[in-house]
Design a protein around this ligand. Structure first.
Ligand code: ADP
Ligand code: MG
Length: 234
């Protein structure tokens, strides 16, 4: 298992956002997590990537156990790739600088090696010609691909995608879905949070539905149909 989430609970004050959540993700598989807005999906991604503490339970990442309210091991930050809903690119850095930042600061690559690796990832995403542009001058789809390139440049053990298509126009959605499918083909382990149930059903091997803080999991895609209003999400 690359990741095990074991009975994790999270409160914001008295609000219980996640309640005894448990699931595992095997190497080279995709776990699709679906749920209504406000059901705690982003919070869970932040917990797994070490950006938010949790109140109960434990996480096991790459064999290492992290208990509630203990510090997140530093070396894991570089191993978990996150693609946020709003991309979280630094506006004052070019696309390439955004991608190479982690390589230089976390991986301690030289500027030359980081640039080489960064350009390689941009090439794979078909945005090499955008390397000198700032995020504000890129389209939504291009920004998304910069975020993907930035995450992949770190060779993540696990990639967390938070609604990767939600802010895109229909044409760009196809692009991003193809990118994710390509990543699946090369065996990238992923936690995919999405409203696109059809895509989730076609891409993932395990499925989770999160409602009122609780998560039901299954290896059968039909479980996604239990989501309230599922038909509208298709
Ligand atoms: P989702 O990603 O499924 O839409 P979120 O994880 O963003 O849901 O949010 C789950 C719930 O937790 C929401 O009710 C949200 O308002 C609340 N929440 C998220 N972050 C915070 C925070 N930092 N402080 C207080 N409440 C928060
Ligand atoms: Mg969210």
């Amino acid at each position: 298992m690359v990741l095990t989430v074991d009975q994790i609970s999270k409160y914001f004050g008295t609000l219980c956002v996640l309640k005894d959540i448990s699931f595992s993700i095997e190497n080279k598989t995709i776990f699709a997590l679906c749920g209504a807005s406000g059901s705690g999906k982003t919070t869970l991604i932040k917990i797994i990537s070490g950006l938010t503490r949790f109140d109960k339970g434990s996480l096991v990442i790459d064999g290492l156990t992290i208990k509630a309210n203990t510090p997140y091991p530093d070396h894991l930050y570089g191993k978990i790739g996150v693609i946020f809903q709003d991309h979280n690119l630094f506006p004052h850095m070019t696309a390439l600088e955004n991608i190479t930042l982690g390589l230089r600061m976390v991986r301690r690559l030289s500027s030359k090696d980081a640039t080489e690796r960064g350009m390689h990832e941009m090439g794979k995403m078909r945005i090499a010609d955008k390397s000198g542009q700032y995020p504000a001058s890129l389209s939504g789809g291009e920004r998304q691909r910069v975020a993907v390139a930035r995450a992949l440049a770190m060779d993540p053990l696990l990639l967390l995608l938070d609604e990767p298509t939600s802010s895109l126009d229909p044409l760009r959605i196809e692009d991003v879905l193809h990118t994710i499918q390509d990543l699946a083909t090369v065996g990238t382990t992923m936690l995919l949070v999405t409203h696109n149930l059809t895509f989730a059903k076609h891409t993932a091997q395990q499925f989770g539905v999160i409602t009122a803080g609780e998560c039901i999991i299954s290896d059968k895609p039909d479980i996604l149909d239990t989501l309230e209003g599922a038909s509208q999400l298709l």
